[in-house]
Design a binder for this molecule. Sequence first.
Ligand code: MTE
Length: 321
Amino acid sequence: MTLPASEITPRAVYEGRRALLRQMAAGAAGMALAGWAARDALAQAPRPGKLAALTGARSAVAGALTMEKPTAYADITSYNNFYEFGTSKSAPANAAGAMKTRPWTVAVEGEVKKPKVFDLDELLKLAPMEERIYRLRCVEGWSMVIPWVGYSLAELIRRVEPTGNAKYLEFVTLADREHMGGVRSGVLDWPYVEGLRLDEAMQPLTLLAFGLYGELLPNQNGAPLRLVVPWKYGFKSGKSLVKIRFVEREPRTAWMKAGPDEYGFYSNVNPNVDHPRWSQATERRIGEDGLFQKKRPTLMFNGYEAQVGQLYAGMDLKKFF
Ligand code: MTE
């Protein structure tokens, strides 16, 4: 009888397990210290040196600094979903260099008292930049930990003064047929449109991100600015934003048009609600994909339940998936 591969414990894995046991014995305080150490190491790490610096103060927003170890810059910037550049994971890093990110404006319109077309330079100065370390869970079953630089979307929302009719926000991202090969394909109904309820958009964790790892966003990650909603599947976080519309009715998003039974409006990370074609109970952390690496359990609201659970009190999350 041959032993199944899963039963063999190689020395490195065995020793890793012993280290983990030692860490567990050190107790929760020890784990917390390890988390802080990871953050400090990040703060002191040399910048990737690829793009201009964009730093931020450590965020004081509840839940904004996960204890988990950030994914390597090389992984964050080479394994991407950005269908405007093609559907493979490597297409964005290969092709997004062609996208022109200056000059750049974002039109904020609809149900607001002060609609305005913001220039990128104005947005960069609108509020103090903060460092946020968020988990990102993609609907496909992989995850990363990304140190973003940006500020709460609420900062922008307050300045345009939503009217009483504003119930939802619609986010529209760049669709440039000339520089984005994917936009010439019919894989989605372009432009990429996403949406949030106003209270979700106002939640301080909802981030307008301009950078990562202390530098401007690389194009493949959504330069020059993008949304990041850490308790929802990654596709809710539109890249390369050009328009934000305040509306009365729930927006129809690009993914809802593509697969209404698969991609709901809310799309909160939920290990108990499977995608029709696969389970959402576990995830693969990018950078941890050794042969013997166990998948991680996916957390309710991606681990942000304490901060955002109240937004959905009384809602049937299987119906409003
Ligand atoms: N935004 C646009 N405009 N186009 C896209 O294809 N993909 C989404 C989201 N934002 C996407 C997008 C998906 S599926 C994920 S998982 C995240 O971006 C990935 O962000 P990252 O590449 O920075 O990790």
